[in-house]
Design a protein. Structure first.
Length: 118
């Protein structure tokens, strides 16, 4: 299984960016996909998650109302739309796959840098 992450970049406060995470290597059925982020000098922080079947989503309070997670099952892709970005959203963003929705992060994508300037 491989996760390839795309997106990220430099944006001014109030702007938007979209991350994509493409999963490949097997058939996916019961998984949960997560987005995490890690800012310099800080611990990794949960951002959002989505279940593949049913599309049940959840976002951390820090991003609720600004970030939206979604999926395209036909493309094995999960998206993280980030709107109204703030400087405190600056971090490296990672997608992580819980292959069996058992609470374990079995695979990780490479991190993508998001920098929000004030």
């Amino acid at each position: 299984v491989q996760l390839q992450a795309f997106g990220g970049g430099l944006v001014q406060a109030g702007g938007s960016l979209r991350h994509s995470c493409v999963a490949s290597g097997r058939t996916f059925s019961r998984y949960t996909m997560y987005w995490f982020r890690q800012a310099p000098g800080k611990e990794r922080e949960f951002v959002s998650r989505i279940s593949w079947t049913g599309g049940i989503t959840y976002c951390a309070d820090s991003v609720k109302g600004r970030f939206t997670i979604s999926s395209d099952n036909a493309k094995n892709t999960v998206y993280l739309q980030m709107n109204s970005l703030k400087p405190e959203d600056t971090a490296v963003y990672y997608c992580a796959l819980d292959l069996y929705s058992d609470g374990h992060y079995h695979y990780w994508g490479q991190g993508t840098q998001v920098t929000v300037s004030s």
